[in-house]
Ligand binder design. Structure first.
Ligand SMILES: O=C(O)CCC(=O)C(=O)O
Ligand SMILES: [Mn+2]
Length: 209
């Protein structure tokens, strides 16, 4: 794998999204609809979905979505007081991982799956900046099912407008460079009815020494 290749020279139809202090690339149809339909059905049925409690300001809350963590042995991951040990790769997850690695030239040894059951499920503002991801992580985010709006908000530059990106069925968003250092991202609750959505974020965990 050639790790020095830029995201934007990759052979997939990844297009760069211009945003200050960030490095983003997007493919609206990384998977065509029929293939995305099959992946969605497999992941919905085959994933050991769980609903963890997280600590927010010292109080325990159920996460407003279901999750699963898969990866190589040794890719334990901690955030918001949750400590996740990886489940094994499944053939479906390995196929998606390998497709994304071929398209971007980046390796991934783990994946966080999120299931947003309906419009009430969400993900609060955060950065993917845990120490085990290293300084400038490449995060590959594949979306399946209903479209949800992914928002990016600059941490310090108030003049930078919040970016709204609709992540539709089969789309792939790559966040790289200093994106996690400068920007927060999240998925808001909505009031109108929205069908389920699965999001997979592939990551490269640096194993603890
Ligand atoms: O569901 C999404 O698009 C975002 C997921 C995310 O930010 C995460 O898993 O860290
Ligand atoms: Mn994130």
């Amino acid at each position: 794998m050639n790790q020095s290749r830029s995201l934007f020279e990759s052979p997939a139809d990844l297009e760069s999204i211009a945003l200050v202090d960030a490095e983003l690339a997007f493919a609206g149809h990384f998977y065509p609809v029929a293939e995305a339909d099959a992946l969605y059905a497999q992941l919905l049925n085959d994933t050991p979905w769980r609903q963890d409690s997280i600590q927010v300001w010292g109080k325990s809350h159920l996460q407003p979505r279901l999750t699963a963590w898969h990866g190589d042995t040794g890719t334990a991951y901690s955030y918001s007081g949750i400590h996740l040990q990886p489940s094994a790769w499944t053939p479906t997850l390995l196929k998606i991982r390998d497709d994304i690695s071929s398209a971007t030239g980046h390796p991934f040894n783990s994946v966080l799956l999120n299931l947003y059951r309906d419009q009430r499920d969400s993900m609060g503002w955060h950065s993917d900046d845990e120490p085990e991801l290293g300084k400038n992580p490449v995060i590959a985010s594949l979306s399946l099912g209903a479209t949800r709006t992914f928002k990016l908000k600059h941490k310090t530059r108030a003049e930078q407008k919040t970016l709204h990106l609709d992540l539709q069925h089969g789309s792939l968003l790559i966040m790289a460079g200093s994106t996690q250092h400068h920007w927060l991202h999240g998925i808001s609750k909505q009031t109108r009815t929205i069908a389920p959505r699965i999001n997979l974020t592939f990551r490269q965990i640096i194993p603890a020494q």
